[in-house]
Design a protein around this ligand. Structure first.
Ligand SMILES: O=C(O)CCC(=O)C(=O)O
Length: 204
């Protein structure tokens, strides 16, 4: 495993997952995929074409997610009990995930309900499971349009919320710079595994 890019809230590591394990995750998930309408896009940005990929969730604590959990736990230093169930996402040609934040938006009518399952999403760990396709970079628009090129086994970790001391009290503030997108896939299929990580133990 090697750290190839970092800032104070963002890190990219290569060779985190083995090629064999990435293939196994893809095989395992292929029959489980479904299309999920996205209702958590930033207020004012909702469109039914916001995220056009297919996805599935892998059962928490199952054998298949153990290596992902171990890697995410090691790299974030956050206990796996704070992780949501692993989301596996497949983008086919032309599919994308338009710009969004992963933290729950205070303006969403579902905000309070979403917090009940473990607080807000403090961090995200995104794993690329393949790289034999065109396009599909993960773009951080507010960071000079930084594009992370998908590479099999690569993991990107970022903080959606940042700690700040306000009058001696620890507060978590939204990291607006984490606004990002999955650019359209130009050819082939892109597969990723995403772990959204909560402030507290997660019940999802
Ligand atoms: O597909 C990508 O590169 C980005 C995925 C993403 O934004 C997410 O899972 O929150």
């Amino acid at each position: 495993m090697e750290l190839v890019l970092e800032s104070n809230w963002f890190k990219v590591y290569d060779n985190v997952l083995s090629g064999e394990y990435c293939d196994k995750l893809i095989d395992f998930s292929t029959g489980l995929l479904f299309k999920q309408p996205l209702d958590s896009a930033p207020k004012g940005h909702y469109s039914k074409n916001y995220r056009t990929s297919n996805q599935c969730f892998l059962q928490k604590d199952s054998d298949i997610v153990n290596d992902l959990d171990t890697a995410a736990e090691y790299l974030t230093k956050i206990n796996r009990e704070n992780f949501e169930s692993t989301s596996i996402i497949r983008y086919q040609e032309g599919q994308e995930y338009k710009p969004h934040n992963d933290f729950f938006n205070k303006e969403s009518p579902h905000y309070n309900r979403m917090l009940q399952s473990g607080g807000n999403r403090i961090a995200t760990a995104l794993f690329y499971l393949n790289d034999n396709f065109g396009g599909g970079e993960t773009q951080f628009i507010m960071c000079d349009e930084l594009n992370i090129v998908p590479k099999k086994g690569r993991c990107v970790i970022w903080h959606n919320l940042l700690e700040q001391m306000v009058f001696g009290k620890r507060k978590l503030i939204e990291n607006k710079a984490s606004y990002h997108s999955g650019l359209p896939v130009l050819s082939g299929e892109k597969w990723i595994a995403t772990k959204w990580i909560r402030e507290n133990k997660c019940t999802l």
